[in-house]
Design a protein around this ligand. Structure first.
Ligand code: 5GP
Length: 213
C-alpha cells in the first residue's frame, strides 16, 4: 500500500529456525500478538494433527498424495522432509503479502530456509534461536510430552544436526529469558523494516525533496 508520501515498503520474510524445544513457537506467538503488520505462514504437512492444533491455523494437514500434487504443481515456495514427514510453504499467500507490504513469519527448518534464501535473498531475514544448554533443551522437549517418547528421543538426537546450521543465519541469539528474546526479535524486525532496499519510491521521494514539488 502506497502511503501519503508516495512510499511503499515491500514485506519481508522473517524466518525462525531452531532445534525443537528451543522456544521458537512461543517467540513466534509473542511476535504475532505484539505486531499487527506481520502474519504467520501456515505450512502444509503430512504429519498428524496433535491435540490442540487447529487445521488452517497451525498447519494445513494434508495426505501425502495431496502434498505431492501441490509440490508437483509448484504450489510450494519451499518444501522438505523433517522427522519422517513432509512440510511445505504455500507460495501464493506469501507472495501476495510481500507485494502488499505485509511481513510474513516462518517457523521452518534449515532446509526450507536455504530454499527461501535461494529464491528470494533480498526478502529473507533469517534468525536462529539457540537453547541455553543441552539439559534445558532436553527438559523442554520432555515437558512438552505431546509426542510418544520415542519421537521425542529422536528429536533430541536430531537437535545436534539442526544446530550445526546456525552459522547460515543472519542473526543468532540464545533463548535464555523469554522477555529478552522478544526484545531481540522485535529489534531485528524494526531494523530490517528500515532497510533501504525494501522502500519503493524512495528515489522519487528524495528527488522531490531536492527539487521541490
Ligand atoms: P512440528 O511438526 O514440530 O510442528 O515441526 C517440526 C519441524 O518442521 C520444525 O523444525 C519446524 O520448524 C519445521 N517446519 C514446519 N513447517 C515447515 C515448512 O513448511 N517447511 C520446512 N522446511 N520446515 C517446516
Amino acid at each position: 500500500m502506497i502511503n501519503e508520501l508516495g512510499l511503499q515498503r515491500r514485506g519481508l520474510m522473517l524466518v525462525l529456525s531452531s532445534p525443537s524445544g528451543a522456544g521458537k513457537t512461543t517467540i513466534a506467538r509473542e511476535i504475532l500478538s505484539r505486531d499487527q503488520s506481520i502474519e504467520m505462514s501456515v505450512s502444509a504437512t503430512t504429519r498428524r494433527k496433535r491435540p490442540g492444533e487447529v487445521s488452517g491455523v497451525d498447519y494445513h494437514f494434508v495426505k501425502k498424495t495431496e502434498f505431492n500434487i501441490m509440490r508437483n504443481n509448484g504450489a510450494f515456495l519451499e518444501s522438505a522432509k523433517v522427522f519422517d514427514h513432509y512440510y511445505g510453504t504455500p507460495s501464493e499467500p506469501v507472495m501476495n503479502a510481500l507485494t502488499n507490504g505485509t511481513d510474513i513469519l516462518f517457523d521452518i527448518d534449515w532446509q526450507g530456509t536455504q530454499q527461501l534464501v535461494e529464491k528470494a535473498p533480498d526478502d529473507v531475514v533469517s534468525v536462529f534461536i539457540l537453547p541455553p544448554s543441552h539439559s534445558e533443551l532436553e527438559r523442554r522437549l520432555y515437558s512438552r510430552a505431546q509426542d510418544p517418547s520415542d519421537i521425542v528421543a529422536k528429536r533430541m538426537a536430531k537437535a545436534a544436526a539442526e544446530l550445526s546450521h546456525y552459522a547460515e543465519y543472519d542473526y543468532v541469539f540464545i533463548n535464555n529469558h523469554l522477555g529478552e528474546s522478544i526484545v531481540n526479535i522485535m529489534a531485528i524486525l524494526a531494523a530490517e523494516r528500515l532497510k533501504r532496499r525494501r522502500m519503493i519510491g524512495l528515489s522519487a521521494f528524495v528527488k522531490r525533496l531536492c527539487e521541490g514539488g
